[in-house]
Design a protein around this ligand. Structure first.
Ligand code: SF4
Ligand code: SF4
Length: 329
């Protein structure tokens, strides 16, 4: 082990674990990383404990890849600890960068979520209607669970973040680009997003014919033309409201972009950006009937929040239905 090895950490907060797998998915590049780096904390892959982390001096870790949003008191505690122990903190993946899919839970209060998950789902067998509590006692022993916070936050909404690598999960080429810059000592300015500046449409090969649409259709309802823009075919594709950098991999295989890279540079709110794009292509004819016609077309859109903010609700201007106190906003 050389003196110059970078000390690297990775952590998994409220997420599915796919971003940890994405780090392992660097294939042969992980060998380059391990040659030049020393893993000092990575609970999903190695046997480090929180006490190991607490024992490090401040700024001991050169780089931490933090994936997952902040949903529990434990997530927040470790985010603060890693911030203190790391020179550079990276929000890795959509959940850390924008709140991610778990952030859609911000449309429900904590109580509604717990009640649904523990008593209402068809596969739940819970005749006593028990809902976990933070503190409980069993055989005289007090048991504690991390507190479930009122809402999901992105990492930046909890602690200071240096860089962002978006994606669900981030594609290997962006992680490799970041590692290359790190190892060469050529990281860009703080706050940079390791992705493109423009939109997924800018890197999509499908032809946009600029047609207006008379109905919103779901992918399974259409025999998709593989060469024509999905929006032209009435399918909601988040490409116009999503940051470039993935190479438009989803539309390339007939799957509409769901927006996992978050909004493009200089756009604050992905959902309103998409609404703007959509409004400009709705087919409305006779004067005076526009609003009614728009409503009819948009009635085909089953879940506007879930469609427009799949990955970015916590970091959007709207933010969700509940505030930090669990009240309707
Ligand atoms: S809307 Fe989707 S399918 Fe159309 S150009 Fe943009 S990314 Fe491609
Ligand atoms: S096309 Fe959209 S959903 Fe698919 S990887 Fe790219 S940004 Fe994510």
């Amino acid at each position: 082990m050389t003196e110059n090895k970078k000390k690297v950490a990775a952590y998994w907060a409220s997420s599915c674990g796919g971003c940890d797998v994405a780090l392992l998915g660097l294939h042969e590049k992980i060998v380059d990383l391990l040659e030049n780096a020393e893993i000092v904390f990575w609970p999903a892959a190695t046997d480090f404990k929180y006490d190991d982390l607490k024992g490090y001096p401040d700024d001991e870790i050169d780089i931490t890849f933090f994936n997952g949003g902040i949903r529990t008191d434990e997530n927040e505690e470790i985010a603060n600890l890693l911030r203190k122990k790391s020179k550079t903190l990276v929000a890795y993946g959509s959940c850390a960068a924008q709140g991610g899919i778990p952030g859609l839970a911000n449309m429900s209060s904590r109580e509604e979520l717990l009640e649904t998950v523990y008593t209402k789902t068809p596969t739940t067998h819970n005749p006593e209607g028990l809902i976990p509590s933070e503190v409980s006692t069993r055989d005289g022993v007090e048991l504690r669970l991390p507190g479930l916070q009122e809402r999901v936050r992105s990492l930046e909404q909890a602690v200071d973040v240096d860089f962002f690598i978006p994606g669900c999960p981030p594609p290997p080429n962006l992680t490799q680009k970041f590692l290359g810059a790190l190892l060469e000592g050529e990281l860009p300015e703080k706050g940079s997003v390791f992705a493109g500046e423009r939109t997924v449409c800018d890197e999509c090969d499908r032809e946009w014919k600029g047609k207006s649409i008379s109905e919103v259709r779901r992918p399974h309802e259409v025999e998709i033309d593989p060469d024509v823009c999905l929006l032209d075919q009435g399918i909601i594709c988040m490409g116009p409201a999503t940051r470039s950098g993935c190479g438009a991999g989803c539309p390339e295989v007939n799957v509409p972009c769901k927006g996992c890279f978050g909004p493009p540079a200089k756009v604050d709110d992905q959902g309103t950006e998409m609404l703007n794009s959509l409004a400009s292509i709705l087919q409305v004819g006779e004067e005076g009937k526009g609003l009614e016609e728009e409503r009819n077309i948009l009635s085909g859109l089953r879940d506007p929040i879930g469609s427009f903010y799949t990955y970015s609700l916590p970091s959007s201007i709207f933010g969700g239905r509940v505030d930090d106190g669990g009240k309707d906003e």
